[in-house]
Design a protein around this ligand. Structure first.
Ligand SMILES: CC(C)(COP(=O)(O)OP(=O)(O)OC[C@H]1O[C@@H](n2cnc3c(N)ncnc32)[C@H](O)[C@@H]1OP(=O)(O)O)[C@@H](O)C(=O)NCCC(=O)NCCS
Length: 141
């Protein structure tokens, strides 16, 4: 793992690579410039660089005091299972320490966040754009 660089700022980050990673998993459909704005406006961000190239990302929205939400956790597929996803979530949680943290995950990844003690919400609601997509993918009733 030491060959990877963990970055929490955006200097020199290639947002074509960020957009490519997220869009490739269907986690987003934004172009790279819009993706840059999304990360700029996020309270916390993490980029894992492999030889200077984006190999993992994650971000959190937050007020920095009491509430936070995590989005866009993704690792390049050839690097899965090496603990990079864990490093990303650990680092985001560090940046929003002291906050209540909420997230929703892809139906394929239910269980993943139990590693950090996340529990299922019993009263959560979502008002999504592209609602049909979320229904078809099994996120929404
Ligand atoms: C989810 C994802 C980020 C995990 O990345 P990763 O680098 O392979 O994860 P790690 O190697 O750090 O694994 C962390 C832990 O979660 C577990 N885990 C990984 N994927 C899991 C899954 N789908 N369901 C349950 N547990 C999972 C691992 O076994 C590991 O546990 P361990 O420490 O007890 O061995 C990666 O699979 C990915 O990029 N998926 C596509 C993007 C995506 O759908 N992201 C949405 C997540 S909200």
């Amino acid at each position: 793992m030491m060959a990877f660089e963990i970055r929490t700022d955006m200097d020199g980050i290639d947002f074509d690579e960020v957009a490519g990673l997220l869009n490739g998993y269907g986690l987003s459909d934004l172009d790279s410039n819009t993706q840059r704005i999304v990360f700029e406006r996020s309270y916390a961000k993490v980029f894992i660089l492999d030889d200077g190239h984006v190999a993992g990302v994650g971000r959190a929205l937050s007020d920095g005091i009491c509430q936070a939400s995590i989005y866009n956790i993704a690792v390049r597929e050839d690097l899965w299972g090496q603990g990079i996803g864990k490093i990303i979530v650990d680092e985001l949680l560090r940046q929003v320490e002291g906050c209540n943290v909420v997230l929703y995950t892809h139906p394929k990844h239910i269980g993943l966040y139990e590693h950090w003690g996340f529990k299922k919400l019993k009263t959560s609601y979502a008002h999504f754009q592209r609602e049909e997509y979320f229904i078809s993918q099994g996120f929404l009733e």
